[in-house]
Design a protein around this ligand. Sequence first.
Ligand code: AMP
Length: 427
Amino acid sequence: MKISSPRGTSDIYGEDIDYRNFIINTARKIFEIFNYSEIITPAFEYTQVFSRSIGEGTDIVQKEMYTFMDRKGRSLTLRPEGTASIVRAVIENKMYSENMLLKLFYIGNMFRYERPQKGRMREFWQLGIESIGTDNPVIDAEVIWILNSFFIKLGFKNLILLVNSMGCSRCREKFLAEFKKYIKPELGKLCNDCQNRFEKNPLRVFDCKKNSCKSILASSPEVSSYLCSGCKRNFKEVLECLKILKIKYRIDKNLVRGFDYYTKTIFEIISEDLQSAQNALGGGGRYDNLISQLGGPEIPAIGFAVGIDRTMMLMKQLNLKFKKLTRKTRVYLITMNKNCQIYSLDILKYLREMEVTCDINFSNKNLKKEIKWARDNNYNFIIIIGEDEINSGSLTIKDIKKFKQYKVDWKNQKDKIMEIIGANYYD
Ligand code: AMP
């Protein structure tokens, strides 16, 4: 019986690995420039880490978590996102301290039981940052700046940055009262999911992707109209900083992100080139109450998460090019029989000790085919080893890019090889 991978998961290999490495390396470089350090948390946590932070009424907690009992009857959940686990880790390891900004980044796989479609999977990868310790709006701008720089460095040109403010808990209370008044008479027109959402957690109606629900929300009161003076000032300062940094943004008054923990500044980066409902590449926001909600001190924080798979998908769709870091010198040894292969081990050992990327044919096919394969696979030198070479103790090195050929006395002048194949640095 053929066994396939579970629905909504994928194997990543070949060219996709190059894209992925480029995306991750670009992120690492930017995070380092902005002074973030890496954190790795477990892929599963006690379920309450997520239910208490993301919110009981959210789709994620209601329908999308991979939750299971372990052998001792404890409820565990595969992480559906990164922030809650990081906050748990920060509290548990007492990583915070007063007056110090804790800047962390992560790269990891996430799990959500969603209906798989293009750009939406059940296991997917995210990279993100969390900046923990201040509610200074300059940091909000810095976090958005990092997100923006990251996508620019990947080569994207037409992404749209949406920003909004959800206000603090007091602003939200006022807004919710008005929002409930507005929705109540329209309730029958909302989808079943939204009707349930409205009962449990009315703000989550904004997460609905159905056009019928979206059109009802189009003329609803807007959260940003209910901001208190502090939250208004705060948002204004964030926007001022973005202007100074020359970061283009669009205020989206209906932007209300899918987790309960968000407060004040929220943002999303979307692409109109992603023509499905899944047009967000990343997003984030401030979560000033989450740390205390999970048992830590009152520490404000802000962060974002980017979907690596979706970013990769769009890079491929837009044909964005990047330079792959490959070793300049790649040597392929072609042996004519088993005896030659064993003789070649000594040459391979020498080359690998010299940190030269090299490999050997393991089955003895036709020489022409082997040379073509080496050329197709980016080798620039080949060394052919047959009985003649063994008997004479010499080697023939072919430069297959420049069509040159060299003879080396392998027994007495090993170092000559390095002279011919040249320095072994990255392109
Ligand atoms: P979220 O944690 O929901 O704010 O998502 C942040 C980013 O992760 C999104 O903008 C997507 O790029 C990515 N993402 C979220 N859910 C999925 C999924 N099911 N499959 C693939 N990527 C996802």
